[in-house]
Design a protein around this ligand. Sequence first.
Ligand SMILES: *Cc1c(COP(=O)(O)O)cnc(C)c1O
Length: 467
Amino acid sequence: MKYVSTRGNAPVLSFDDVLLAGLARDGGLYVPQSWPQFSADQIRAMRGLSYHEIAIEVMAPFVEGCLTRAELTELVVDTYARFTHPAVAPLKQLGRNQWVLELFHGPTIAFKDYALQLVGRLFDHVLKKRGQRVTIVGATSGDTGSAAIEACRDRDAIDIVILHPQGRTSEVQRRQMTSVLSANVRNLAVQGTFDDCQDMVKTLFNDHDFRDTYNLSAVNSINWARVMAQIVYYFASAVALGAPDVAMTFSVPTGNFGNVFAGFCARQMGLPVEKFIVGSNSNDILTRFFETGSMTADGVVPTLSPSMDIQVSSNFERLVFHYLGNDGMAVGRLMDEFRATGRMDMPQGAYGAMREMFEGHRYSDEETLAVMKVMRAQTGEMLDPHSAIGVAAGIKGHSYKSSTLIALATAHPAKFPDAVEKATGFRPPLPEHMADLFERPERFDVIANDLNSVRDYVATFAERVRT
Ligand SMILES: *Cc1c(COP(=O)(O)O)cnc(C)c1O
């Protein structure tokens, strides 16, 4: 399988190059040159397979030419054997034709584990084969940092340094990062804000000498391999509920559009999907887009669902590429327009086609809390604020349809205990594998909000294995 950039002006790459490259050189995102196809019979044959068996079927065509089936199998089995539910991504019934897909049984109890755990292993595998080593540097406001650290800890070919704003993450979020004492992991508590952290990371990446010397890399949400690994649970859940003989409607609480785009990939590969419902919080750029056909950037306001507090959705470009008929030049023009003016308008025909497949619904914090309360009372299901938005948007959009609804639950309620307690009066306990989180020793280095200090720190850390 080969990959092309959504801006049509970067080299065509193989899977392993795309994995390590992240963003394309023309500023675009990599997408597969063609979609692997699964016939109805092939999808039917997935019934009864385990999660990891379906993962191998779904991902094998994407890594063809880079990983043998035996190599892929080893990585996939190792990845999902560590998840705490035997089904890996279990389904729970909410009502007639309505289900929740729990994607929080990985090490950091949020859905990003489902992809990042595999991506960490893929990085290590490819780098070792090439005799290379990378330094992953990232900034986090809380959630992605822990998922990235858990994915990279103890890997031979990876060092990872994560910056977080000192005192500005929740205690659970901090401890999930700082209680990892692996030799290849460092946490920096920066005396500044999340934006300061992110600006310093960006500056380090833009310093090409520094970047090349230490082989800086990122595992951010535009990485194709993350999208690829997320396609698996769309197939697995749909097949468990009768696909391909029943069509599904998926509802997805959305930020950067990586998760729901993976569902769209599954559809392109042959999975029957009636609709994708996108759930937004008050940062509703996507819902506004699906209502109007124009994308307009706005400020970000903090909400109870921080992982969806985004200004623009980076993965949306992949969808635009598809609906503009894979015309990279046209995508480039729209993106330039958006960067220059803060607004872009989809051509009417393309917008009409998008509307047949997607709709969006937004929820304020008050509405989100109300949904959490009602769901707990009616079904016993405790939802975190992100998942509650997905469920609410799903039920709203699904009510008149004949397909089966699958609402994605993207975080464990114990990850957001304050909001859950406020909504339901019940404080959800941490799952067993994390129950001692508050007793675990922590390690982190406090550092000034100063680029040179951070640069020296990363250099010294990376140097220790480069003699
Ligand atoms: C990252 C995240 C999201 C948003 O997913 P995208 O792929 O960025 O759309 C939703 N919920 C939770 C809990 C997350 O961590």
